[in-house]
Design a protein around this ligand. Sequence first.
Ligand SMILES: O=C(O)CCC(=O)C(=O)O
Ligand SMILES: [Fe+2]
Length: 367
Amino acid sequence: MSNLTLDHYSHLDTVVLAKPSDHDISVLSDTVESLYPELIDLDHAAAFDRMAAVGADLREKAPELAELLDKIASHSAYKATVLQLPPPADDELPPTPIDYRSQAENTLLKVGVFRGLILGMAGWYGYGYTSQQPGNVINDVIAIKKLSGVHGVSANAAAELGLHTEDASYNLADAVAEDGSRLPNDYDISPDWLTLQFLRNPDKVPTFVSAPDPNVLPDEIHALLREPWYINLTNPGQGGQDNNADLPQALLYDIPGKPETFIRANTANLIVVKDADPKAQEALDAFRGILADFAVDLPTDPGALVLIDNRRVLHGRRNYTEAKSPRWDGTDRWQQRVVCADDSVRVKSYEDAPRIINPQNLLARLK
Ligand SMILES: O=C(O)CCC(=O)C(=O)O
Ligand SMILES: [Fe+2]
């Protein structure tokens, strides 16, 4: 019986490829087989509740994997982990969608049960937004023809998707409110974790991540990035400007009780406030340069489940080059995204429906 193996990518020792042991994979696979039939008639929220409960019970049966997930979940070990899980069977995947789907169309795939169980083992709470593929906890990451040319959406295959922490504009912790006060930490509906499940990627268009250690930044730049001179804007795929709070905040921040420096930045849609320190733009440019230096492409094989620490790592998608441009014939690149909170308590009060957050509920609290 093989043990879990961990390989490192390039110079980033915090970005790892993890292959669970044969034992742990068979525990997961057997559970996927037995659980799937009872999940197919459930809506996303109910299916994730069930997978969470079953996953939590698997911790004892797959202790090595549980230990790895605990390490990841601490926000102090690996920043991005590619968990190598069994790929979907050939006949298991429908054609790659060519447009976003309603929840009724977006039925849970069997391979998606692996992720539900992993989230349950990690104790994470998967959720979706009313503003993005509404009502879906599971979001398709696909190329969409009519969105090519729209800046800052993952479905625009014509351009690289710039590095970002997911839903950065929805993290308003410590932002400067209109009365000048700083907002409390629970003004935050951004995810702690981004999970991407790779279903199909025939042309190997990579997701890439950048996991810089903010402490390598020169002191002056680090200090400027900790000041509220910046505004993260909402991408069009998340409701765009209707969901902007437009409040200044720092790109680097602390979380009480945690030693790390955390990052929130949407480099595709980020502005410097008008009355900022004159060097704030320079600091942002330097930061962008460092992000590029630390960027690494991830392997993209079907079955991979990428667990990204959304408070310490930025991610993006490389260009579909001409040769790899989508064919819209059902065989194109396809991933599914589920964002997660460490703890449901932080996000539940913003929900309109189980596991579905409405960003307008965050904006309403600002009034
Ligand atoms: O297409 C990709 O590889 C990444 C897309 C993305 O940024 C996301 O799903 O959040
Ligand atoms: Fe993203």
